[in-house]
Design a protein around this ligand. Structure first.
Ligand code: 5AD
Ligand code: FES
Length: 355
């Protein structure tokens, strides 16, 4: 028995070694790796991921100021608290002036990347472009990231030409059958993939990503996520645990685990050593030390909230989200302390990918 188990672990470690050496595995091998996760294989992968990250980025952790520009949404994703059929969700849209105030506050604190995130389809492209141009002219040394969902290629082009540098659009799952189980019929896997392709071709630095432990997710589906990341080669990848929201059809499903999220962070770092990988708020929500664990597993980005305190609780994608009552300055101080305690520090820079 013991011998068999060891062979299993040795084989898994050999897959991790190969991934670290050539940054690619077969789909079935990714699935085997995911299925074989335990504390030993995870620690093994984390050590290698940490090595790559330190080689490229040292102990620097990039900060992105997250501005939740609005909670209205035209979509009805089954997992998301701001889905359109949630009548309990409080809706708001920030004005351009409010967004600029968030940027000013963030700039003074050392943020050099602003991420404008919001429900899908809530901002007309003209308004997005005007806001981007304004931020660009007020803060020429900052990167502007948009995370506003699916648009046409020509709209994305307008956003890019207005001065946006980066776009985050999680693919949510690279398995089209699984995608169908998480989204209503009006949404399509093909369109999601079309958006990501367009964004990349236009010249954005692009981020994809997915939830870990989302309802009905299998090891085979996660293997497809890893293969997709390998082939698409995004500049950024946002992954965090699924966390149920009480007013959604997935309210009764269990949350994803810290362990699996961290293992996947390590594997993604091994697939693409220079990738920008956030340790997410969702990870910090399911475990008080979740964000530190994510960093130790290979992440190198944190995204503190710069949204006005008055609206933070309204941008509720999942239950019990952390930092909804704290001042941005306080969060940054807290995060810095946490990172220092594990040998890392936040830095004031745009934090572009190192090529
Ligand atoms: N739990 C965790 N993450 C969620 N997201 C949306 N709803 C949830 C949830 N219940 C993630 C999605 C989306 C990102 C903005 O937040 O992956 O792309
Ligand atoms: Fe927000 Fe600690 S990071 S309070």
């Amino acid at each position: 028995m013991e011998a068999e188990k060891n062979t299993g672990i040795e084989y898994t470690k050999s897959l991790v070694d190969r991934l670290a050496a050539v940054h690619t595995l077969e789909l079935e091998e990714y699935e085997q790796l995911i299925s074989a996760q335990n504390s030993e294989t995870a620690a093994y992968a984390a050590k290698k991921a940490d090595f790559f990250r330190k080689q490229i980025y040292g102990t620097d952790v990039f900060i992105r100021g997250l501005i939740e520009v609005g909670s209205c949404c035209k979509n009805d994703c089954l997992y998301c608290g701001i889905r359109k059929s949630n009548v309990n969700a409080e809706r708001y849209v920030l004005t351009e002036e409010q967004i600029l105030d968030c940027c000013r506050e963030g700039y003074a604190l050392g943020f050099r990347t602003f991420v404008l995130q919001g429900g899908e389809g809530m901002l007309p492209v003209g308004k997005i472009c005007r806001t981007v141009k304004k931020i660009r002219s007020c803060f020429p040394d900052c990167a502007i990231t948009l995370s506003l969902g699916e648009y046409s290629r020509s709209d994305y082009l307008k956003m890019f030409e207005s001065g946006a540098d980066r776009y985050l659009l999680r693919h949510e799952t690279a398995d089209s059958v699984h995608y169908r189980k998480l989204h209503p019929l009006e949404m399509s896997f093909e369109n999601r993939m079309r958006c990501l392709k367009d964004l990349k071709e236009i010249g954005f630095q692009v981020g994809c990503g997915f939830m870990v432990g989302s309802p009905m997710q299998t090891a085979a589906a996660l293997a497809k996520d890893l293969k997709f990341i390998e082939e698409f080669s995004p500049d950024m990848c946002g992954i965090g645990p699924f966390i149920p929201h009480k007013d959604t059809p997935f309210a009764k499903f269990p949350a994803g685990s810290v362990e699996q999220t961290c293992f996947l962070l390590s594997l993604i770092r091994l697939i693409k050593p220079n990738i920008l990988l956030p340790s997410t708020t969702a990870l910090g929500t399911i475990d008080p030390n979740g964000r530190e664990k994510g960093i130790l597993a290979g992440a190198n980005v944190v995204m503190p909230n710069l949204s006005p305190i008055a609206v933070r609780k309204k941008y509720s994608l999942y239950d019990n989200k952390i930092c909804t009552g704290d001042e941005s300055a306080q969060c940054l101080k807290c995060l810095n302390g946490r990172l220092n305690a594990i040998g890392f520090q936040t830095v004031t820079s745009r934090g572009d990918i190192k090529r």
